[in-house]
Every structure is written in C-alpha cells, then in structure tokens.
Design a protein around this ligand. Structure first.
Ligand SMILES: C[S@@+](CC[C@H](N)C(=O)[O-])C[C@H]1O[C@@H](n2cnc3c(N)ncnc32)[C@H](O)[C@@H]1O
Length: 307
C-alpha cells in the first residue's frame, strides 16, 4: 500500500508555506508523510513537528521519513493540542503550519477500520484507535434527536428524519453494510436511483461526530494562528464545505476590520495582524481532478501573519 495515497495540492501547499530552511514548521495532519517529506527536505537547521491521531500513520511515515528523523518530532495527539504540545518543547512561535484535512486512504481502504460503505466491517470509524467513542456507539446509543441533528449538520442529509426512524427501529446495527441497508430503507427511490452512494452523507456525518472533526479544527485554528511568527503562514486544505466555512470564517475574522458605525470617527486606522492571502480560494486543477478522485472538492486557503 505504501505510496498509493497521493498528497493533494502537494506543490501548491509547499509553495504556500514559503519555507525558510532554518524555520520551525508543523504538519498538523501527517498521514503518509507526503507533505512532510517535501517540507523537511527544505530544512537545514529548521525543525518539523508532525501530528496525527492515527498511530498507523505515524508508524508508516517514520519509514518514509527515515532519512530525516533528526529534524522531525512525531506527536501522536489531536491537532487541537498543537500549542500545548509545542509549549512542552519550549516552542513559542512557528513559521508555518499545514493542515490537510480528512482521512487518509488506509483508513478508508482497510475494511476493519469500519470507515467505508464499500466493505463489511464492524462500525468503528475512529482515527485514534485508543479512543472509546466509535461509530457503533453513535448509531446504537444516541437519541433520535441527536442523530437527526448530526445527519443534518454534518452530512447535510435532507432525509435525516426518515433515516433516523429506520435506525431506531432496526437497532442494534452491528456492521457498515447493515447500516447501508437501513439507510436505504429511509430514502426515496429517486435518491436510490440517482448518482452517488446513498449512504455517503450519513457515513460522513457519523465520521465527523466520532472524531469530533469540526470542533478540533475550530479549536486548533483559533489557537495556532496566535503562535505564527511574523511572515509565518497557516495553510489549510479542505474537502467539504463544512470544513471550508470554518477556515474561511476564522481567517476572515482575524484579517478583516470589524464593521464600524460611520458616526464613530476613526482616530487611527485599525492595524490588523494577519492577511488572508486566498480571498479567492484555490481549487484543484482539472489535471489533478483526473488523477485523484478525492481531490474533486479540495480547496486551499492561506493566512499570513504580517511583519
Ligand atoms: C488527508 S490525511 C493527510 C495526508 C498527508 N498530508 C500526506 O501527504 O500523506 C489526514 C490525516 O490527518 C489525521 N487527522 C485527522 N484529524 C486529526 C486531528 N484532529 N488531529 C490529528 N490528526 C488528525 C488523519 O488520521 C489522517 O492521517
């Protein structure tokens, strides 16, 4: 499997980081280490801190990054903890941080991880296999109201009500394919006959809930922008609109002046510390879309701390 995961926006993300060879960098989502390898190759006296919730990702990347281990610190923890972990290494400022959100292919392609509606496996979907909350628990123990809310908010599934009714009536649901069958019972024929997998939205919603993906992203971005060094950059690659909205809102909130009443005279122009460099978000090229299915909805945003 080594190497089958293609890093999306590889050259664009590395270019966006504007790497200084002596700088301090963070790869918040190590995965298979594709982006990390490109970063670390450019470092001389600099250092790279890498984070991942998935121990398998860390193990695999250590092999890929074997020639550079003296320049890398591996952190098996949530990227929401970046600032506190860096503190323990006495790092107070960083020159660049990269987030390449979502799952990496072995999570989807290993049936036992229970992420995919393509293989039968016990419901799981944990990125961090040491955490206790898993997809089985979400599907079988959450209240009707809570499940509807999750499917609406995290899956943007308009048939949440009827799908949740089917789930409640068919509990316990043990496996991914049992869940697919139950979801199908809650969908009208026009959806079942349309393009795209009928369980895609609900599976996305459950995965986001199990891994608390949006909460972690918000918490992490709000804290890491504060430790950017002057000219330091935060680069984020997102894969769906819920993620992109969080990134856009946080980047805009720190880079745009708040609206003032015209009646309040501006004594001094407000000095903003950050620049959102991608007000027009960067999308993948048609060429990359052809080589990588996962890249279709990918977007890249860059925030820079001013000098
Ligand atoms: C798309 S992959 C990254 C791929 C990587 N850029 C590469 O080139 O191989 C995303 C990775 O982020 C990890 N991840 C997701 N949410 C996380 C979180 N909250 N904290 C730490 N790692 C997380 C996943 O386990 C996965 O390995």
């Amino acid at each position: 499997m080594m190497g089958s995961h293609l890093s999306i926006f590889k050259s664009e993300a590395i270019e966006a980081l504007a790497i200084k060879p002596e700088g301090i960098y963070v790869d918040a989502t190590l995965g298979r280490g594709g982006h990390s390898l490109e970063i670390v190759k450019q470092l001389t006296s600099g250092h790279l801190y890498v984070f991942d919730l998935d121990l398998e990702a860390i193990k695999e990347s250590k092999i890929r990054l074997a020639n550079y281990l003296d320049k890398i610190t591996f952190c098996h923890t949530n990227y929401a903890n970046i600032v506190s972990v860096l503190n323990t290494y006495n790092i107070k400022g960083v020159d660049g941080i990269l987030f390449d959100l979502g799952v990496y292919s072995p999570q989807f392609d290993t049936p036992e991880r229970g992420f995919s509606y393509r293989f039968n496996a016990r419901l799981d979907m944990r990125m961090d296999q040491s955490q206790s909350l898993n997809a089985y628990e979400v599907v079988n123990t959450y209240s009707e109201e809570k499940l509807k809310d999750i499917f609406y908010r995290f899956g943007e599934e308009r048939y949440s009500n009827s799908i949740v009714k089917q789930i409640i009536n068919n509990r316990p649901i043990e496996t991914t394919l049992e869940l697919v069958d139950v979801i199908k019972k809650g969908l009208p024929n026009k959806v079942l006959n349309s393009k795209g997998h009928p369980a895609k939205k609900v599976f996305q919603a459950i995965r986001i809930e199990v891994n608390k993906e949006l909460d972690s992203l918000e918490k992490s971005l709000n804290s890491v922008v504060k430790i950017l060094n002057p000219k330091g950059r935060c680069v984020v690659i997102t894969f769906h609109s819920l993620e992109d909205r969080i990134v856009k809102d946080i980047f805009n909130s720190v880079s745009k002046a708040p609206k003032m009443s015209r009646r309040v005279p501006l004594i001094e122009e407000i000095q903003l510390e950050y620049k959102h460099l991608t007000k027009n978000v960067i999308k993948v090229s048609e060429e990359e879309k052809e080589t990588n299915l996962r890249s279709h909805s990918a977007k890249l945003r860059i925030l820079e701390k001013k000098e």
